[in-house]
Design a protein around this ligand. Structure first.
Ligand code: ATP
Ligand code: LTN
Length: 326
C-alpha cells in the first residue's frame, strides 16, 4: 500500500478549483492507499488571520473533507498544528534549504510582489509543506498544478538530506489530474480560481446555493466568437468552462465539442449550471449534517493521534540521523 498525503488551507470557502484539482483525487485514492489528509492551519497564518474565523474555517474544511466523500474509517483526517512534528521537522529542513531556491518559488514572488519586505513565513512556506509530506514517508501527493514547483522543492530537499546526511526520507511524487489540475477564474480566465479573489463570481464555492451557481456561470467571461471549441490559448474562457464540464461529467473534451457543435454559449452554460448544481447538492447536504456535530471534533482528535504516532517514529529517525539529542 502506498502512503498518500495532502493538505488544504483553512482560509476561506473551498471552491470547485480546490475540489477538481485536489479533493476529488483525495477520494479516489483512499480505497487503495493509506491516505492522510491534513488541514494545514500553520500554513494559513503566513498571512494575517482572524483567530475566530480561522477556527471556524478549520472545522469547515474538516466537514467538507467528509462531505465530498473522505471516509474517516479509511483515511486519517487531522489538523496540522495538533502534531508538533510538522513545525519541528520544518526547522530541520530549513537548515537544509537555500534562500536561492526559495526565492525562485513563483507563489512567493506573486504573494510578495510590490512589497519591500515580506513575512518570513511566506518565504519559508514551501519548507513547511515539505515537512508535512516527508514526516509521513509519503509516496504520493495529490495537488493542483499550482503546487508543482513546491513538490519539486520537497523532492530536492529530501534527496539532498538523503545524500548529504543519511538516507532518511522517502522521495515523494506529485499527482495531478488532467481536467481539473488548473481551474481558472470565471471572470478572468488568465488567473487561477482563488479563495481570496474579491469578485465572488470569479469562483463557485462548494457551499454556494443554486442561484449563486447559476449567476456565476451565466456571467462567466467567454469570447465573441460563439463557437464551443477547446483552445486554451485563443479561447481561455470557454475552454475553462469546458474543462469544468468535463471534470464533473466525465465526458471528454472532444465529445463535448461534438455534442455542442452548432449550439451557442447560452445553451452550453445552461447545461453546465445543471451539472454543477447537481454535483454540489449532495456535498452541501452532507456538510450540513456533519458540521455542527461532536463527531466531527472526535474524528479530528482521533486523526491527530494516528498521525502523531506516525510522525513520532519519523522524528525519532530524523533526530538520530542528524545527531540531535542524546
Ligand atoms: P486559493 O488560491 O484558492 O486560496 P490555495 O492554492 O492558496 O487556494 P489551498 O486551499 O491549500 O491553497 O489549495 C488546496 C488544493 O487546491 C491544492 O492542492 C491546490 O493545488 C488546489 N487548487 C487551488 N486552486 C486551484 C485551482 N484553481 N485549480 C485546481 N486546483 C487548485
Ligand atoms: N501549499 C498547499 C497546501 C499544502 C499541502 C501540504 C499540499 C500544505 N502542505 C502538503 C500537499 C501536501 C496549497 O495548496 N497551497
Amino acid at each position: 500500500m502506498k502512503r498518500v498525503f495532502s493538505g488544504v488551507q483553512p482560509t476561506g470557502n473551498i471552491h470547485i478549483g480546490n475540489y477538481l484539482g485536489a479533493l476529488k483525487q483525495f477520494v479516489e485514492l483512499q480505497d487503495e492507499n493509506q491516505c492522510i489528509y491534513c488541514i494545514v492551519d500553520l500554513h494559513s497564518i503566513t498571512v494575517p488571520q482572524d483567530p475566530r474565523e480561522l477556527r471556524k474555517h478549520i472545522l469547515d474544511v474538516a466537514a467538507l473533507y467528509m462531505a465530498v466523500g473522505i471516509d474517516p474509517e479509511k483515511s486519517i483526517i487531522f489538523v496540522q498544528s495538533d502534531v508538533s512534528g510538522h513545525a519541528e521537522l520544518s526547522w530541520i529542513l530549513t537548515c537544509n534549504s537555500y534562500t536561492g531556491e526559495l526565492s525562485r518559488m513563483t507563489q512567493f514572488k506573486d504573494k510578495s510582489k510590490g512589497r519591500e519586505s515580506a513575512p518570513a513565513g511566506l518565504f519559508t512556506y514551501p519548507i513547511l509543506m515539505a515537512a508535512d509530506i516527508l514526516l509521513y514517508d509519503s509516496d504520493i501527493v495529490p495537488v493542483g498544478n499550482d503546487q508543482k514547483q513546491h513538490i519539486e522543492l520537497c523532492r530536492d530537499i529530501a534527496i539532498r538530506v538523503n545524500n548529504t546526511v543519511k538516507k532518511t526520507f522517502v522521495v515523494p511524487e506529485g499527482r495531478f489530474l488532467k481536467a481539473g489540475a488548473r481551474i481558472m477564474a470565471l471572470d478572468d480566465p488568465s488567473s487561477k480560481m482563488s479563495k481570496s479573489a474579491e469578485n465572488i463570481h470569479s469562483r463557485i464555492s462548494l457551499l454556494d446555493d443554486d442561484g449563486k451557481i447559476k449567476k456565476s456561470i451565466m456571467r462567466a467571461t467567454t469570447d465573441s466568437e460563439g463557437e464551443i471549441r477547446f483552445d486554451p490559448e485563443a479561447k481561455p474562457g470557454i475552454s475553462n468552462l469546458m474543462n469544468i464540464y468535463s471534470a464533473f461529467s466525465g465526458e471528454s473534451l472532444e465529445d463535448i465539442q461534438t455534442s455542442y457543435s452548432g449550439k451557442g454559449y447560452g445553451d452550453f452554460k445552461k447545461d453546465l449550471v445543471g451539472i454543477v448544481q447537481e454535483a454540489m447538492a449532495p456535498i452541501k447536504k452532507n456538510f450540513n449534517e456533519i458540521r455542527e456535530t461532536q463527531e466531527l471534533k472526535d474524528i479530528l482528535t482521533l486523526g491527530a493521534e494516528k498521525a502523531g504516532a506516525i510522525a513520532e517514529k519519523t522524528m525519532k529517525r530524523v533526530k538520530e540521523n542528524f545527531g540531535l539529542g542524546f
